[in-house]
Ligand binder design. Structure first.
Ligand SMILES: Cc1cc2nc3c(=O)[nH]c(=O)nc-3n(C[C@H](O)[C@H](O)[C@H](O)COP(=O)(O)OP(=O)(O)OC[C@H]3O[C@@H](n4cnc5c(N)ncnc54)[C@H](O)[C@@H]3O)c2cc1C
Length: 382
């Protein structure tokens, strides 16, 4: 038995196919989507038809039965061209569908997962509230049981796909006397009375992504909408977030690769002091460092994806991936802007978009401080 770090032939073929799809069909959409601050919604169906959208789910639910590593390759390619578009697709393919796949009843899978995999229903995942971000256990949203129904009240903010979703998986307390363990997940349809979009949020980055504030006001849902028809779903939240964090590593790698390509080309073409910028050894060293960091990010992300595919607990590894890849990519992009000089600051060069989009990497899906705490706690557990 020996260690094997190679991607399989199938992974390579999948990676080539998704890369050429992204170049041909997504790159041309980016400028308009960013300018109008509108996600090109038809992409859900297009990617669903091709089997890319939620590739990881088994064929019986319409997926391609791909592994977590394939999902990572798909995520990386999308982010190489546009992190805004990629973030809506990722919220759907991971956060809004994986709890249904992992914990939903068969009826919930038929009603939500299968159409979501096909791109016919768009999903959102709503945990964050105006006063509860990192401290998810402090959410105020409640779901009170009344006969065969639950009545949900609360406000959610920063929700990706909030205005374009057909359903939202929402976290609410069913038993506030139990901190965190009393939180349950519900699937709420967009047209369910009592649920509405309060406002679409304007952002400095990820402008093509849809982000909204959602309100639940005496929102009555049948008990069949309780995920898995079982109260006490905080473990569902924890698992959903952990798996999302591995793909998040690929999100960072995709952005780092996009910037690497743009900057290397620029440094080869830009002449100062009579020679291309790349001829200065200091700049060659920068490019070499970035190539090294991209390799390291691939290694740790794919290792965590592999662990996830083995069904192993990867909470600690997912935090290492999220923390290292987000902070490294931010540093890399900041250095790249420096190499672009004043042009890096101008809106006509795409590098500024990567810079704006990358700022949120250390904030969403767990701020860096939370991941450091998770890693530290894992040391004490050893
Ligand atoms: C573009 C975007 C999309 C999003 N999409 C979704 C979505 O689809 N669904 C959803 O539910 N949420 C979503 N979020 C919310 C996101 O998950 C939260 O922003 C994130 O969890 C951080 O919460 P917060 O913004 O309230 O920051 P806070 O929790 O208030 O943290 C602010 C700062 O306080 C410090 N801090 C916090 N905790 C600690 C600690 N334990 N130790 C030390 N310092 C600490 C850190 O410096 C941190 O950056 C999205 C956010 C954004 C910006």
């Amino acid at each position: 038995m020996s260690l094997n770090f190679d991607l399989t032939e199938e992974h390579r073929m999948f990676w080539d196919a998704i890369a050429s799809f992204v170049d041909k069909e997504i790159t041309p959409l980016v400028d308009e989507a960013e300018k109008k601050e509108e996600f090109p919604v038809f992409l859900f169906k297009r990617l669903g038809e091709l089997g890319y959208l939620c590739c990881r789910y088994p064929e019986e639910y319409g997926g391609a039965g791909a592994d977590k590593i394939s999902e990572c390759l798909y995520t990386e390619e999308l982010n190489r061209v546009c992190a805004g578009i990629a973030s809506c697709l990722a919220a759907h393919a991971t956060l809004a569908t994986s709890p249904i796949f992992d914990f939903g009843t068969e009826q919930q899978k038929q009603e939500y997962l299968i159409p979501a995999v096909r791109g016919e229903k768009i999903g959102a995942f709503a945990l964050t509230e105006p006063n509860a971000g990192s401290d998810a256990a402090s959410i105020l949203t409640k779901a009170v049981r009344e006969g065969d129904e639950y009545i949900i009240n609360g406000t959610k903010t920063f929700i990706t796909n909030g205005t374009i979703c057909d359903y939202v998986v929402v976290a609410a307390y069913t038993d506030p006397s139990q901190r965190a363990k009393g939180i349950s997940l519900f699937i709420v349809d967009k047209d369910n009375p009592g649920f509405h979009v309060a406002r679409k949020l304007e952002k400095s980055g990820l402008r093509s992504a849809d982000t909204a504030e959602l309100v639940f006001e005496d929102c009555r849902v049948p008990k069949s909408k309780l995920l898995g028809e079982k109260e006490g779903g905080f473990i569902q939240v924890v698992k959903t977030l952990a798996e999302g964090r591995i793909s998040y590593g690929s999100r960072c790698i995709g952005m780092a690769r996009g910037v690497f390509d743009l900057t290397k080309r620029y440094a080869e073409e830009r002449i100062q002091f009579g020679q291309p910028l790349i001829q200065f050894q200091v700049n060659q060293f920068k490019i070499a460092d970035w190539a090294m960091y991209i390799d390291i990010m691939h290694t740790i992300t794919w290792k965590a994806a592999w662990m996830c595919d083995q069904g192993r607990d990867c909470t600690r590894e997912a935090s290492i991936v999220k923390l290292f890849c987000s902070e490294t990519t931010q540093t890399l992009i900041n250095q790249a802007i420096q190499l672009f000089g004043g042009y890096g600051f101008m809106m006509e060069y795409p590098i500024q978009r990567f810079w704006r989009d990358s700022r949120v990497l250390t904030i969403t899906e767990g701020v860096s401080e939370v991941h450091r705490s998770i890693i530290y706690r894992s040391l004490r557990g050893k």
